[in-house]
Design a protein around this ligand. Structure first.
Ligand SMILES: Nc1ncnc2c1ncn2[C@@H]1O[C@H](COP(=O)(O)OP(=O)(O)O)[C@@H](O)[C@H]1O
Ligand SMILES: [Mg+2]
Length: 153
């Protein structure tokens, strides 16, 4: 396990961090985000999209759709577990098929709700609000390929 804590002062810095990171992640990748409402989870995922060459404007909250897919070959899959009552609901939206997609980066908001179902190897992103614009972002890599990605950041 490797942990890095980074403080960002602006939305752009948060997005840039995600943008740099996604290029280093394995495929498929699981990025598990947690943090209170308004912490910046969706902004971070927009940054992941930017790093994949996607239009961040098209990436928006997935709270109501539960799952959204972007890019060719499902390059980015955005899941929001906020409305899930139990982790098994992830299985109902094709979770195990997603994990078999060789090109996909899967980003999950409110991942603490589905923690038990996540594969043992993944990147955990915990965002804490310090004040209006400052965020403390704690990245925890579990598994060798995520460890290398985080190490080279
Ligand atoms: N450093 C920062 N990083 C990310 N978002 C920030 C930052 N500073 C301010 N914000 C604001 O916080 C809000 C984060 O919203 P969002 O990403 O939708 O949160 P979440 O998905 O965690 O509920 C946005 O309005 C964004 O402009
Ligand atoms: Mg959100």
């Amino acid at each position: 396990m490797l942990v890095k804590t980074i403080e960002t002062q602006t939305v752009e810095q948060t997005r840039r961090l995600a943008c740099d990171l996604v290029k280093k992640l394995p495929r498929p990748a699981v990025v598990a985000l947690s943090g209170q409402l308004g912490a910046g989870k969706t902004q971070f995922i927009k940054g992941l999209g930017e790093g994949l060459g996607l239009d961040p404007q098209k990436i928006c909250s997935a709270t109501f759709v539960l799952i959204a897919e972007y890019g060719e070959d499902r390059q980015l899959v955005h899941i929001d577990a906020y409305r899930f009552d139990k982790p098994e609901e992830l299985e109902n939206i094709g979770w195990y098929e997603l994990l078999d997609q060789p090109q996909t980066v899967i980003a999950i908001e409110w991942a603490d709700k589905v923690q038990d179902i996540l594969p043992p190897e993944h990147l955990n992103v915990q965002i804490e609000i310090l004040d209006d614009h400052r965020r403390q972002i704690t990245l925890t890599a579990r598994g060798q390929s995520y460890l290398s990605a985080l190490d080279s950041l």
